[in-house]
Design a protein around this ligand. Structure first.
Ligand code: SAH
Length: 363
């Protein structure tokens, strides 16, 4: 009863969010997902925006305790794609009318890297007659670097806060002076100032993370006035400090999937007009994870378009799905999945969130 009452409200309170976050009853959960889908349909339509994902390097200077490509991971076969390979993937994305792409890699902050990205962004703009939207997901950088990439033509940036709980953030990152919560927040603010559409997100089901923390994460999205959200369940990566410490003691897959879906649904109910991705990590824990994400209010998918020979090398966590597929296979497979939900793929559109346009008009 109470769930239905709360779902009638146009603006939820923090207490409402916490009440809904604690729900486990399947019928009540369905009510939440259904309402979130309605809001997505009202605000955005029955549409799914695509961003072709190019994971162009697993070299990384950071040492995040959860991540499979962290600097100290010994078993990783490191790669850095040739510029032409990146451009070829971009061309495939353009020709297949995906509308937008995401360039993602491990973090580097040296000039050679900065220049590489700057040139690649410019060349992607050229080869697509300015038509492809470009999102970057390349970690923490100086304001100058963010500005150079923006001027080159990138217009969206994804940088997850990972958790808005500073204590928890400290526990999942080494305290070596290079992993710093304030710097993450500074980066998000710089990105916004420069003019990017900014996306952030968290990992869900981290050891030591409470449902209240997750509610705080949603309030953090609101406070930062973000345009898009990409979040997904935490998945063990074996040869990492957290993989070793928590193997066997992380909450069950089912629970993490359910929390992940609740986070999508509650973010949609609370923030309404932003873009929310159904991420690969969700599918990593549940073969139908991405469809369920769309049903719970997500409206963005990021099909992996990384060339076949590199896919398996970019493993942030165990059992990454689709590593044996080609971009072509992913395209067909995902189209079927979107159709099964009753949504339509918005081919050829940049798919900026309505929130961004409203924010821009206010400026
Ligand atoms: N280096 C860039 C982009 C690559 S990492 C950056 O740091 O932003 C992209 C995201 O993968 C991270 O933000 C993190 O949230 C997620 N990730 C890394 N390891 C993970 C794991 N073990 N389980 C789930 N998500 C993980």
């Amino acid at each position: 009863m109470k769930t239905a009452e709360i779902l009638k409200k146009e603006k939820l309170t923090k207490e409402d969010l916490l009440y809904l976050m604690n729900i486990e009853d399947p019928e009540d959960l369905n009510l939440i997902y259904k309402k979130a889908y309605e809001i997505k349909e009202r605000e955005i339509g029955k549409k799914v925006f695509y961003r072709g994902l190019i994971e162009f390097s697993n070299n990384c200077i950071k040492d995040c305790n959860y991540c499979g490509i962290r600097r100290s991971s010994k078993g990783v076969d490191r790669f850095f794609m040739e510029k032409n390979d990146v451009l070829e993937s971009a061309k495939w994305i353009y020709e297949n009318n995906y509308g937008s792409l995401v360039l993602q890699s491990g973090e580097r902050q040296d000039e050679e890297f900065t220049l590489f990205v700057e040139e690649v962004v410019k060349e992607i703009k050229q080869l697509s007659n300015g038509e492809l939207g470009i999102t970057l997901s390349l970690g923490e950088q100086s304001r100058e670097t963010y500005k150079r990439w923006f001027d080159a033509g990138a217009h969206r940036y994804l940088l997850r806060v990972e958790t808005s709980n500073e204590e928890l953030y400290k526990r999942i990152h080494p305290q070596d002076g290079k992993h710093n919560f304030e710097n993450r927040i500074r980066s998000l603010k710089d990105l916004r100032d420069i003019g990017y559409q900014v996306g952030t997100g968290v990992m869900i089901g981290l050891p030591g993370q409470s449902n209240e923390d997750l509610v705080e994460d949603i309030l953090f999205y609101e406070k930062m006035d973000v345009d898009m959200i990409g979040m997904g369940p935490y998945i063990i990566s074996d040869e990492t400090p957290m993989g070793e410490e928590y193997r066997g003691s992380v909450i069950s897959k089912e629970k993490r999937v359910s929390l992940g879906l609740k986070m999508i649904a509650l973010s949609r109910l609370y923030l309404k007009d932003i873009n929310i991705a159904a991420t690969t990590a969700l599918q990593g824990l549940d073969p139908l994870g991405r469809e369920k994400g769309l049903k719970a209010g997500a409206n963005v998918l990021m099909p992996v378009t990384t060339k076949d020979e590199y896919r398996a090398k970019y493993q942030l966590y165990n059992d990454k799905p689709c590593i044996d597929d080609t971009a072509e296979q992913c395209k067909g497979c995902l189209a079927g999945r979107v159709k099964s939900v009753g949504d339509e793929i918005a081919y050829g559109e940049w798919g900026d969130s309505p929130h961004y346009f409203k924010r821009k008009n206010k400026l």
